[in-house]
Design a binder for this molecule. Sequence first.
Ligand code: HEC
Ligand code: HEC
Length: 291
Amino acid sequence: MGQVAEVPYPDGYRSWQHVKSVVVGPEHKSFASEGGKIFEFYANQAAVDGYRTGRFPNGSVIVRETLRAVAGEGESQGILTGGERSALDVMMKDDRVYRETGGWGFETFNSKNGRLAEQERMQCYGCHVKQKDHDMVFSTLAAAGGVGTPYPDGYRRAFLHSSMVPRSTFDAFAKKPCETPCMAGIFHFYANDKAMEGLRTGSYPEGAILAEEMLEWLPTGTNGAKEGQRRLVGVMVRDSQRYSSIGGRGYGMFDGDSRADRLDAKTREACYQCHIARKNQAHVFSEYRER
Ligand code: HEC
Ligand code: HEC
């Protein structure tokens, strides 16, 4: 085995996406060694995409910073804050370089920025490999506020009730959900069984899911065209409790191959504000004709 490329020090990691904080309480078996410490997790942009899609692209870096907990005095007595850093664990994805350790380079910088020995790296890998199904990563990045609309798993197998609006200039939809380069697209609409019931009867049971997918429209030569990559999929999920503040419908938007809703509360509200125009049709624009 040749010399493995060193994992570089993660410059500026404190301004990356904060993933989570962890404090080990007295009831945990590792309290003796890990108590009195605060762990902060950060991820760079590529790793944020990885958390979303489940596959971390090369260049992803995740760090876990260990801080000593410092007890406050006087007015601040009883308050613990993060003090000096005692260690910085780093994982960097590069499947061309770190082939022996699942595509990830492992490193720990101690307070003096020292590095790990080869054998220690194998220990990191030996434990992280338990998370093989999650690309070796243990932590998860929760959607902001935990209100993200779930990905409509398997929607392509759901009943397809209509498709195809190969037009770039349909104002309402072309501009709003589709703000990225919005060229001509093919739109497919999907409805699960509950949503089909809603489309037929006008009353949507809880759990009804409608999805609108936009694919690239690729001209082939002079007179043909075919579907290309998926650009996005928008969904509407009926759940009167969870989404009570926006008419009992959860709105979600997934880019490309992503399975994480990219909408925040404000954009979700904007979806609602337009869809409410169809108040008498249960907020749904599409119509279905039985034939
Ligand atoms: C015995 C198992 C084990 C070993 C050995 C281990 N880790 Fe981890 N590691 C974990 C667990 C569990 C988490 C998630 C902890 C949490 O969520 O609080 C984690 C989290 C991390 C994270 C944050 C990304 C993630 O997977 O959530 C990094 C970076 C990391 N470890 C690096 C290292 C490095 C570097 C080594 C070797 C020096 C190492 N780990 C050794 C179990 C291990
Ligand atoms: C400016 C108005 C407007 C906004 C804003 C809007 N939509 Fe729509 N939406 C429509 C129209 C019109 C249709 C029917 C589209 C068509 O036939 O292409 C539609 C259709 C849909 C459908 C298929 C079900 C149905 O109602 O026909 C889904 C799912 C959907 N939109 C999700 C979203 C999401 C998610 C957002 C927010 C990111 C959003 N929409 C924002 C106007 C809007």
